[in-house]
Design a protein around this ligand. Structure first.
Ligand SMILES: Nc1nc2c(c(=O)[nH]1)N[C@H]1C(S)=C(S)[C@@H](COP(=O)(O)O)O[C@H]1N2
Ligand SMILES: [Mo]
Length: 513
């Protein structure tokens, strides 16, 4: 009986807490918060192990684990409550404090309000425990004959359990409904956005930037094929009507707060830019090119009075924060060096898709995404590299990470069967903000042969290449390397993505029957 009342109290606590979380912030719910806190504190080795054993289910396994521990804890409290009412209440409050600390300690925490769901949950648990324990221990008011179990209000207990369970289930469903409504609201908010025409349209692409070969990545990556990399358990939902961006910090003479409309009223520029993820393995697919529309970040910084370190500015790091608490640090010098660093509102002619950072994301050509491309951005703080380590830097990734010059063979695919005779080998090469000068291919470790380059697009985009190969029968290894316009040729030295990006030549093994 005690264990049952504990379970019911735990259930009520969770239902009420998650309902409160919908009102406060979905991520402040105790299970998500404790789960997130656990992920942040898990040593890399354990994380690797969990990912290897549970794969993409690792987050679910973690949440089930949390529920299990919670259930056992709740049953213990229920039993305790029969004899030590105060101790049990204190136990429930401890649960609340753990949840509250986890929620407010998350990197995306908005502060004290995030403690509310856990505290409300704990209070609910205490109330339910008191109610049910009372039914189990209080003598029935008008009990002349203590015939059955003395002091047990059996009917009251059953009614209490049923009532609390029903109420909690109702609260849980209401939470789910409101949550779904939030997702629809974000999509509806995006549907209201009308993007103005750019004051500075994207430079016309020269003919022949896209070789349009079968199996070769198109020059512009369709949005539906654009890679997605982020830590968001649920895609953040932002309402453009209430969204603001704050720009503040060291050396900011005039802090700014801008609404979405404020941004759209500024002159917009449109640019083709290739983005790359630092986690991209050699030959990997975390790279893509899109036509971005946005405000030039340097203009905003200048307006706020920010000077680059080279001109005596006190801040060398720009920290971007997203609505989901991600932090990314970018060198101020790079943002102000004349390149098209953007606060983007559009991607390939549409408002940013929710998964790619709606309503506004940052983008800095030539830097890996994790040090520049903050999605769902809400805050920009000028600080120093000494003073602050953003999310991934705290996890051993490099604080500064320019994109490494890379090339990839798109066709033929690994282990493809290629017909003997003339075959086309083709792919892409990128060295954003430097440009690609040369691509070479070799077969079976032979001499490097120059590939033909597609027409050169803007300096921040990748470049296609192709090479005619006289394929002879046998198994062959094709390798590619690029040289950028600074004269640097890709090293064959293999490096893993961590800490600052993979290196090495992409190779593909094919069979010619
Ligand atoms: N808020 C937020 N922004 C983020 C990330 C994230 O996890 N959260 N990931 C970054 C990383 S590592 C990359 S490579 C790019 C990927 O952007 P995309 O998903 O639009 O391709 O977003 C960056 N911006
Ligand atoms: Mo990334």
């Amino acid at each position: 009986m005690g264990a049952l009342s504990g379970l019911v109290a735990g259930y009520a606590a969770l239902a009420v807490a998650e309902l409160a979380a919908v009102a406060v912030r979905p991520e402040a719910g105790p299970v998500t918060a404790v789960g997130g806190a656990a992920i942040d504190r898990t040593p890399a080795a354990v994380k690797d192990w969990a990912i290897r054993h549970f794969g993409t289910h690792d987050k679910i396994v973690l949440q089930l684990g949390i529920l299990l521990v919670l259930g056992l804890f709740a049953m213990t409290l229920g039993v305790l409550a029969l004899r030590f009412r105060k101790t049990a209440s204190a136990g429930a409050l401890v649960f609340g404090v753990v949840g509250a600390l986890a929620a407010t300690g998350r990197p995306d925490s908005t502060g004290v309000p995030d403690a509310v769901p856990s505290v409300v949950g704990a209070v609910a648990a205490t109330a339910v425990l008191a109610l049910l324990a009372g039914r189990l221990t209080r003598p029935r008011p008008a009990a002349p004959a203590p015939a059955s179990a003395p002091g047990v209000d059996r009917r009251g207990f059953v009614l209490g359990v049923a009532g609390v369970a029903a109420g909690s289930t109702g609260a849980g469903f209401l939470g789910l409904r409101l949550n779904a409504a939030g997702a629809e609201a974000a999509a509806a908010s995006r549907a209201t956005v009308r993007l103005p025409a750019p004051a500075s349209p994207a430079p016309r692409l020269p003919r022949g930037v896209d070789l349009k070969l079968p199996g070769l990545s198109p020059f512009t990556t369709p949005t539906r094929d654009f890679y997605r990399v982020d830590t968001a358990l649920t895609v953040p939902r932002v309402d453009v009507r209430t969204w603001t961006l704050r720009l503040h910090g060291k050396g900011v003479g005039k802090p700014l707060t801008l609404s979405f409309q404020d941004l759209l009223r500024r002159p917009l520029i449109e640019r083709d830019i290739t983005m790359t993820c630092v986690s991209n393995e050699v030959g990997g697919s975390y790279v893509g090119t899109a036509r971005w529309l946005g405000v030039r970040l340097a203009d905003l910084l200048h307006e706020a009075g920010v000077r680059p370190p080279s001109q005596g500015g006190p801040a060398d790091q720009l920290v971007a924060r997203s609505v989901d608490g991600m932090t990314l640090g970018t060198p101020v010098e790079t943002v102000l060096d004349g390149r098209d660093a953007l606060l983007a509102v559009g991607m390939n002619g549409e408002p940013l898709p929710l998964e790619h950072g709606f309503p506004v994301r940052m983008l800095v050509p030539g830097l890996f995404g994790y040090v520049s491309a903050c999605k769902w951005i809400r805050d920009i703080e000028l600080t120093t590299f000494d003073a602050y380590d953003p999310y991934w830097v705290r996890r051993d990734w490099a604080a500064k990470a320019p994109v490494k010059t890379e090339s990839r063979i798109d066709t033929p695919k690994p282990f493809a069967r290629v017909t003997a005779g003339t075959a086309t080998v083709a792919g892409v090469a990128w060295a954003q903000h430097k440009g690609i000068d040369r691509v070479e291919v070799r077969v079976d470790g032979g001499d490097w042969q120059r590939a033909e380059l597609a027409a050169e697009g803007p300096v921040d985009t990748w470049r296609q290449w192709s090479w005619r190969w006289r394929a002879t029968s046998g198994t062959h290894t094709l390798e590619v390397r690029a040289t950028d316009r600074t004269g640097y040729t890709q090293t064959d030295k293999r490096a893993r993505p961590i800490p600052d990006g993979a290196s090495g030549w992409h190779s593909v093994v094919v069979t010619v029957p």
